[in-house]
Design a protein around this ligand. Sequence first.
Ligand code: PLP
Length: 458
Amino acid sequence: MLANNLVELDRAHLIHPVASWRGHEAAGARILTSGKGAWLKDAEGRDLLDGFAGLWCVNAGYGQQSIVDAATKQLTELPYATGYFGISSEAPVRLASRLAQAAPGDLDHVFFTLGGSDAVDSTVRFTRYYWHARGKTTKEHFISLDQGYHGASTVGAGLTALPVFHAGFGVPFSWQHKIGSYDTYRNPAGSDPEAIIAASKAQLMAKVEELGGPEHVAAFYCEPIQGSGGVLVPPPGWLKAIRALCRELDILFILDEVITGFGRTGPMLLCAEEDVVPDMVTTAKGLTSGYVPMGAVFMSDRIYQTIADGAGMGTVGHGLTYSAHPVSAAVGLAALDLYEGGLFENGRKMGARLQAGLRGLSDHPLVGDVRGRGMLAAVELVTDKEKKTPLPASAKPAVRVFDRAWNEGLILRAFAWGVLGYAPPLCCTEDEIDLIVERTRKVLDLTLEDPDVRAALR
Ligand code: PLP
């Protein structure tokens, strides 16, 4: 009764992110009621294994009492403190310093946001300010990757390269440009790592030339693994090579680790394991394990000092009311304690098991590719492995496969083009990882029985 009422109210009043509004009205919402560890319960009493950690964010898992206690304590003592007017409070100071200490190289400075989109937005503003501070005001073009996702703010959506974020929204802007993805499964340059790296370098150099040379290009953006593009993993050495090229070209290299940060692939930041130090790194999601909103921009000392010198005693006019929110920071500290106290370690072990388990599905007639790193993975479905033919459009994987998995008690991400995405909480046990794989196989077997899929297989 209560759930039905909520579904009606949801339909009437709640606008959902990245949704077919009419489709949602027709389908109605699924109502979640509680969570513990890697498990969620819905209003119908169904237990669901969350193979996607909410929206690849609940890295610590649900119901972590230490996080709840930290938030409660902070809410009781000091629920808000502005960072404006030279004011500070303990939790954000401690979190910034812990993050800076754990980050690689000279990523010594942290600007807190409310999530990933405004973290990306902030880096665009900082980048422009940086070049202006250096007197290089013609450096105004930004380059990112096809299939990339950098949030849904007006500026970030233009760096994003997924068509649904552009159509009808008037983006990308004329200063936002794309080059091909590093995708190793469907790359026109083939699957050889060196060829893909060479192709990306050539494309970046060509794009910079096309834009009038490095004196007109401000920055290059990428994710170290393209999440919303379908969990695309670059070949080994790609990140390092492109970082080096950006340095050579004197354009900023900004890495979007909103998904990959905080243990998703092992370390706090993936770039640390690749021996890469970007000029800025954007993070969010796992920073607070999704319990409360928060994002963070890690800024290198070089960028920080240039901006600070550029402004002198003047004001750097960028800020948000909730930047460095003490409750979010207290949650971030508690999450970091859990990560460093064993969850990073457990995530590494479970990540290896997840990758091995999903790779074991490669023999299934519908599985064209299995890829990922740590607790971030994807299974790409095809009807012809040789030709890499996607599932027929009629199969509507985003709905049909998602619903099927849900009914089997598994939450995964089902991308519209037939890719299944995984990002389980780092607290998963071996049995839970095995169950994710087992239930996926069941979903694949059921999908194989669909008449349209069967017909396409022939
Ligand atoms: N950047 C990346 C790589 C993301 O995956 C996301 C969200 O999924 C964002 C930015 C935007 O973050 P948010 O949704 O917190 O604004």
